[in-house]
Design a binder for this molecule. Sequence first.
Ligand code: NAP
Length: 330
Amino acid sequence: MRALQVFQLGDPVDVLQVASVPSPEPGPSQVRIRVAAAALNFADDLVCRGRYQVKPALPFTPGMEVAGTVVAAGPAARAREGQRVMALAALPHGGFAEEALAEDVTTYPIPDSLSDVEAAALLVTYQTAHVALHRRGALREGEWLLVHAGAGGVGSAAIQLGKAAGARVIATAGGPAKTKRCTELGADVVVDHRREDFAPVVARETGGRGADLIFDPVGGDTFERSRKCIAFEGRLLVIGFASGKIPEAPANHVLLKNYSIVGVHFSRYASFNAGVLDAATADLIRMHAEGLVRPSIDGLLELEEIPQALSRLAGGGTTGKLVAQIGSTE
Ligand SMILES: NC(=O)c1ccc[n+]([C@@H]2O[C@H](COP(=O)([O-])OP(=O)(O)OC[C@H]3O[C@@H](n4cnc5c(N)ncnc54)[C@H](OP(=O)(O)O)[C@@H]3O)[C@@H](O)[C@H]2O)c1
């Protein structure tokens, strides 16, 4: 079968190559999936460079989320051959290939209402946003939610889920195309961070209160400025560091302003409490059926186009989700 493989670590454009490799054998609790669609994530770029927390042995195939058909299942897996599923792919046999492996615990049946492309885009970013806003952030109806990089992968999911929960959403994004996208996604207030500082806008829009919940996938200065406009008893969700800068917060500031800094690592739930991801996924499928969430798909790709697309994504040059169509179950 054909797979994109990393033979040495580096820029995806330089190190990802299409190779012909044997079909991977599922372990006892794994399934092998014939991939119909695989969505791209910021972390795919990091893993190719060896800068992600998961560091598979070389050579490996990246790609974290797929939709497709189960073609083989280990004896302890619940999923059955022929079943249409979406799954978090298990590296080193990731989703940028005609076949991928996944742990059964992060493999979910797909309802007919969900296309392959949408299903592939409904896991990493939406599970992250769901776990962040609800389990970790305890978002309440009517609260002010500030979402950074709102036109991006996790950000676009957070805007939709925030609105679905009855929050008032302020989004930040860089440039007119991205701010327009945030408005289309349902944000009530949108700030182009290239043109103005979001902190005074948040203070003004919330009547001086500040944001109750802040969703930050950017880090660096964005995190710094977020601490200036967080509400009393606010929660600042640490989602990621797309800026490349890991920020620090002085504990006295956290104490004086009475706020919380809350870490979010959605995939750790697969090891510690998989029921949380099961419940989030069931809720996402329900919300999709009710029209409350729609993955923002901004590009369909061939397998060979993935390296260039990952480079654009990691450079901040994309909106929403990019999805590679590799086969089809439909
Ligand atoms: N904690 C978790 O469990 C979890 C799960 C999934 C993803 N993440 C993390 O969330 C972050 C976003 O992931 P994503 O897939 O949704 O990506 P993305 O939002 O589609 O892309 C990143 C966005 O960050 C903004 N950005 C600000 N400074 C940047 C810089 N120096 N370089 C590139 N982008 C910059 C850009 O938006 P603007 O131009 O609008 O500023 C860019 O579009 C990543 O750090 C990822 O690792 C964490």
